[in-house]
Design a protein around this ligand. Structure first.
Ligand code: CS2
Ligand code: MN
Length: 345
């Protein structure tokens, strides 16, 4: 395992130089944020980003993420051209030696919360989700009412998109994912890139949209769609941990044993009811994820890939991008490395 840290490029208030000062962090997880979804990521731009990261004494370890165009998820006729663009972006990554690509296949909405600043007992704030609250959100006014939603859709755009998904049930979505992976995984494999699907966050259907990457059966089905080490997963303990039925150490053991964990996201969630949770400090005692058991299972698989501390709380008065402040994620990076080191003895 080697430790990495997510960095949002020019839009990130955290300088790379600060990331370099977190002990043990070797690599950066980043992306090109100004390329419209569906277009090819220009090699020169990616190369400039890599140079910048390396100038700070770090490696460009993971691209998170190249977004998958909705037309691909919807299986529209335009998808094959978009898939070709995706293949080219992956080839550009490979040519630069960036080894891992994290992506997701969630329709319309990426990670979703009902509060971006729930106050915890210690005075810090964290992201929280309550399904009953989510159901009260009125999407007829577009994405405006959704806390912190980045990809803003107007009311009309969103209505059209939600309508288009009416004919896409879970099985259809699986077919569209298979169509995508059958074409992109071979390109990734040839380019020396390992793909790592991020589980759906939260791992259940929201706003009537299908969500399929939610549990162990789904992850095993995924890796079997295309039988290649380049077709793997991002094991996100926080996303998968929001479903109490998910036995995380057992899942790590199976998927890791198959050599299909290509990236680790470590964060903790405290489940406080049915489809209701808030994010919590990384150590096991503060949430529902037994982080020590997860890392022990991971160590036993001989994992040598990248890991990053996922979402942190806002602490010490920091203001920043929800989930992606400096301080709590740095604490997470230290905790995770401490566990890892201790488990080796
Ligand atoms: C995260 C996301 O939901 C999660 O667990 O890792 O914040 C992630 O950054 C997004 O899905 C984009 O990759
Ligand atoms: Mn994650």
């Amino acid at each position: 395992m080697y430790m990495t840290f997510r960095w949002y490029g020019n839009q990130d208030p955290i300088p790379l130089e600060y990331i370099r000062q977190i002990p043990g962090v070797r690599g950066v997880v980043s992306a090109l944020y100004d390329v419209p979804v569906g277009q090819v990521w220009p090699a020169e731009k990616l190369s400039r980003l890599k140079d910048r990261i390396e100038a700070a004494g770090l490696a460009f370890s993971v691209v998170e993420s190249i977004p998958v165009h909705e037309d691909i998820k919807l299986g529209r006729a335009t998808r094959d051209r978009l898939i070709e663009n995706y293949q080219r972006s992956v080839q550009h990554m490979g040519a630069l030696g960036i080894p891992v690509l994290c992506y997701n296949f969630m329709p319309v909405f990426d990670w979703t919360r009902t509060s971006l600043a729930m106050r915890l007992e210690d005075g810090s704030t964290a992201l929280a989700y309550d399904h009953a609250e989510l159901e009260k959100i009125d999407l007829s006014r577009g994405t405006g009412d959704l806390p912190g939603w980045a990809t803003a859709y107007t009311a009309e755009e969103l209505a059209a998109l939600l309508d288009a998904y009416r004919s896409v049930d879970k099985e259809r979505l699986w077919e569209h994912l298979a169509h995508f992976l059958e074409r992109v995984v071979p390109a990734a494999e040839e380019s020396g890139v390992r793909m790592a699907i991020h589980p759906d966050d939260p791992p259940w259907s929201i706003f009537g949209l299908p969500r399929i990457i939610t549990n162990d059966a789904a992850l095993e089905r995924l890796v079997r769609l295309v039988d290649s080490p380049a077709n793997g997963v991002t094991f996100c303990t926080g996303s998968l941990g929001a479903l109490p039925a998910n036995d995380l150490p057992a899942m790590v053991c199976r998927l890791g044993g198959m050599g299909r964990i290509n990236f680790m996201h470590c964060r903790n969630v405290k489940n406080t009811g049915e489809r209701r949770f808030h994010e919590s400090p990384h150590p096991g005692e503060f949430g529902s994820v037994d982080m020590c058991a997860v890392l022990r299972a991971l160590r036993e698989t001989g994992y040598t890939g990248p890991m990053r501390p996922d979402h942190g709380r806002m602490i010490w008065g920091e203001q920043g991008r929800p989930g992606y402040g400096l301080h709590d994620r740095a604490l997470g990076a230290m905790y995770l490395q401490g566990l890892w080191e201790g488990l080796a003895r």
